[in-house]
Design a protein around this ligand. Structure first.
Ligand SMILES: Cc1ncc(COP(=O)(O)O)c(C=O)c1O
Length: 370
């Protein structure tokens, strides 16, 4: 079936572009002798994780325990948690995961470490951990030069084995162009180097130095310090990556297919995809670079000016021949959020549908909460 015959809204995945994206990042890592551990929050699909493994992924970074549990259940054994875990119920899930997978956790303070160590001790288990260091996002993380302070504070917990340091330079998404991307990549590498040196100078060994964001990946990978790269968005790319100058529109694999429902005024088109398909966000941490809520493929005269929940409003800034009943493919501003808004991605090659890929790692989507 051709995608033009699909009911809308549908989420299209151009498999040729997607596979080239997976190959591109895998090649980049291979050439620099760096392990690729993709962050799965982008796609939340065990099927796509499998394709990433086919393309050389050594393991996976997860943003949620749901993702880690689904990956472990699907037989993916090498997993990292991106963020610390707190609270009895979720610590119990980490302990269960420690039995099901080779799990590495992430910590940036003793308060989350202590109850985890106690729970692991009770279960007779131990886990590897990475120290999160702040490279500029100012979210999680110890200051790079203080990595050894935390390592020393946690050294008494025999259930927690220090493996290295990690950072995510998410402030790159506030960059105003390629220079800002370069600056964030420098921040990323400098923070990791300082954190590693802090640890080494206090006698800790640091086998893992984990970096990762899609915009900075090409710069960080050959820095000579990074051993693990953990990008997420690169599987799809999106309008934010276009705006940052990371990729051209042809590299974007994910698009929302919508039908024009109405042309109430000459310059206005209403489509059957709204915020519940495209999402209202402007990139991972917000950017002023993108105009509107997505990029309409092949129609530079159309702007996605507004989104209600189930419908969207396009404004034509020049003459357009788009009419009611026409289908439009829209590249989302933030592919990771958009993919989280559907149960299926429809894989196609040059418009001919080939497969339906389940988005099977979304929170609470697979098992009853109690
Ligand atoms: C800790 C961490 N690492 C890696 C990533 C991947 O970043 P990107 O989607 O820019 O590739 C994220 C994204 O949220 C993250 O939070």
């Amino acid at each position: 079936m051709n995608v033009s015959e699909l009911a809308t809204p549908s989420f299209l995945l151009d498999l040729d572009v997607f596979e080239a994206n997976l190959r591109g990042m895998a090649d980049l890592c291979r050439q620099s002798g760096v392990q690729l551990w993709p962050m799965v929050k982008t796609h939340k699909s065990t099927v796509i994780a499998g394709r990433q493994r086919d393309h050389g992924a050594a393991g996976f970074l997860t943003g949620t325990l749901d993702e880690a549990e689904q990956l472990a259940a699907a037989g993916f054994a090498d997993l990292m948690l991106a963020y610390p875990v707190a609270g009895r119920a979720n610590i119990a899930r980490v302990v269960a995961l420690a039995r099901a997978a080779r799990l590495t956790v992430a910590l940036d303070g003793p308060d989350a470490a202590r109850p985890l160590a106690v729970a692991l001790a009770a279960a007779g288990l131990a886990l590897d951990y990475l120290i999160i260091t702040d490279s500029g996002l100012h979210r999680f993380g110890v200051p790079p030069r203080e990595a050894a302070v935390l390592a020393a504070a946690l050294a008494g917990f025999k259930q927690l084995r220090l493996k290295g340091v990690a950072t995510h330079p998410g402030h790159v998404y506030a960059a105003s162009g390629p220079d800002g991307v370069l600056a964030a990549a420098r921040d990323e590498v400098a923070a990791l180097a300082a954190a590693k040196e802090s640890l080494r100078s206090r006698g800790f060994t640091v086998p893992v130095v984990a970096a990762g964001s899609t915009p900075t990946a090409a710069r960080a990978v050959d820095s000579g310090i990074v051993t693990v790269l953990r990008p997420g968005n690169y599987a799809f790319y999106d309008n934010t990556q276009i705006a940052l100058g990371v990729v051209p529109p042809e590299r974007c694999a994910l698009a929302v297919l919508a039908t024009v429902l109405s042309r109430p005024r000459p310059d206005t088109l209403i489509i059957d995809a709204g915020s519940k398909c495209l999402g209202l966000d402007k990139g991972a941490h917000g950017t002023a670079l993108v105009a509107g809520y997505g990029l309409v493929r092949g129609h530079p005269e159309l702007t996605v000016a507004g989104l209600s929940e189930e419908v969207g409003k396009l404004i034509a800034t020049a003459a357009t021949d788009v009419a009611v009943g026409d289908k439009l493919a829209i590249i989302p501003n933030h592919a990771c959020s958009a993919a989280n808004l559907t149960g299926w991605l429809i894989g196609h090659r040059r418009g001919e549908t080939e497969c339906a890929i389940p988005v099977d790692m979304r929170g609470n989507s697979r098992q009853r909460p109690f």
